[in-house]
Design a protein around this ligand. Structure first.
Ligand SMILES: [Zn+2]
Length: 425
């Protein structure tokens, strides 16, 4: 039954009719701000709107944090909660099980594994506690049903393959906990692959054998493989190996700003050719040159040194850490990029990949945000700017959710095909 698998893949590739997008979009220069806002709201009200990368659990761990209450970035250093999602016309998105890269030792891996599952459980406990406001989704169908019920949609993704150590069986456990994308690396190399930003350079020259097996296991289970944070070579290896389209859950364009976290045009094209998506990352430092600010850097470093061992801090110390962080942000405001620059990246992606292959992530609670769009309640400025530049309602429906849901569905369908074949044998 190998034939049906290869024909599945072929169909997926052939389905990508137009890669480069030569569509002439007519800017709505004569529209008033109110007209643009009205249409933006109509679009957000009528389609599934998802942000594919939110580091919510980092904030959920703070003592006393209640996600059912409205917060703000400037007063609480928080960028995601249910009231702001609703106020900003966002249905939800992917919450991320993130574990920072530690040593590649038995002890380091064991710690990463237990932290990862703790975070996944924290996500479930939070959603259960707020079951009147939100529900977990694992398929596009579930997401649409949750949206129709008026609740917020919570998908789960993993950021950093370190969360499974070297134990591939854990991918199934994560799948059972609802995880539907797997970010292979974070800011440093791990056992699976090389990162785009490890100061030590390459360790495996791309994917390791274990990383290859992890990609195959994700395909088998129906988990999307996420190339954000992976080195170019790792990303190419993943693209070549994966039987289903891949995602970049939060990445920008190298052609717009040459940062190793951004994707070059050749990679963008290949992701699109394999029917994947790139979710533009609203992370200011990956979008512009920042004037060095010695005082801010030193203050941030001192804060980090004092509080970095978050799990070992007492409750009072954790509260103090947040208060100090908020005070620091006020004293030394973070240099921010703009919504217009975000849409410049999007324009470039659309030109290179076509409008079927893009989406958005704020990287909120993980360092993301630009001027006038510093939390999940402030996504409307992006839609307004895209409308101003001539994007259609159909474009925006794809951008805000349909594209990434197509990739998720392809992963689910592929896994189902494998299961059917196994049952026939
Ligand atoms: Zn990240």
């Amino acid at each position: 039954m190998k034939r049906s698998l290869s024909s599945f893949l072929l169909a997926a590739i052939v389905a990508v009719s137009l890669l480069a997008d030569d569509v002439e979009r007519t800017p709505r220069n004569d529209w008033t701000e109110n007209q643009l806002r009205e249409l933006a709201w109509e679009i957000h009200d009528n389609c599934l709107t998802l942000d594919t990368h939110m580091d919510v659990p980092i904030v959920l761990k703070r003592p006393g944090f209640d996600i059912s209450k409205e917060h703000s970035w400037y007063e609480h250093a928080s960028q995601v909660d249910f009231p702001r999602m609703k106020k900003g016309g966002m249905d939800g998105g992917f919450w991320v099980v993130y574990v920072g890269q530690g040593p590649l030792t038995h002890e380091g891996r064991a710690k990463a594994i237990s932290s990862g599952f703790e975070i996944a459980d924290l996500i479930h406990a939070t959603v259960e506690k707020n079951s009147d406001l939100a529900a977990i989704a694992t398929t596009p169908e579930e997401a649409n049903a949750i949206r129709k019920s008026g609740k917020r949609v919570v998908f789960i993704g993993i950021e950093n393959g370190y969360t499974i150590g070297r134990n591939l069986d854990l991918l199934k456990d994560y799948y059972d906990k609802g995880v539907r994308y797997f970010g292979v690396t974070h800011s440093k190399n791990n056992d699976l692959a090389d990162s785009s930003t490890d100061p030590e350079g390459n360790l495996h020259m791309g994917l390791s054998d274990l990383g290859r097996a992890a990609v195959e296991e994700c395909n088998r289970l129906g988990i999307m493989v996420d190339i954000s944070h992976s080195s170019d070579k790792s990303a190419w290896d993943i693209l070549e190996l994966s039987k289903t389209p891949v995602i970049a859950s939060h990445s920008g364009c190298y052609a717009r700003y040459p940062h190793p976290r951004n994707l070059n045009d050749a990679l963008l094209k290949e992701i699109a050719a394999r029917d994947g998506v790139v979710q533009m990352n609203m992370f200011s430092a990956y979008m512009m040159d920042v004037e060095p600010n010695k005082e801010r850097s030193e203050a941030m470093r001192a804060w980090f040194e004092k509080y970095r061992n978050g799990d070992a801090l007492s409750e009072a110390e954790q509260i103090e850490a947040t208060e100090q962080y908020v005070a620091l942000q006020k004293k030394y405001p973070k240099p921010l990029s703009t919504v217009s620059a975000v849409v410049d990246h999007i324009d470039h992606m659309v030109k290179v990949m076509g409008v079927d292959h893009i989406g958005l992530s704020g990287d909120f609670d993980g360092g993301g945000g630009v001027k006038n769009s510093m939390d999940i309640g402030q996504m409307m400025p992006v839609t307004i700017e895209m409308l101003r530049r001539g994007y259609t309602e159909e474009d925006l429906e794809k951008f805000w959710g349909a594209n990434v849901m197509r990739v998720l569905q392809a992963s689910i369908d592929y896994a189902a095909t494998l299961r059917e074949e196994a049952a026939e044998e």
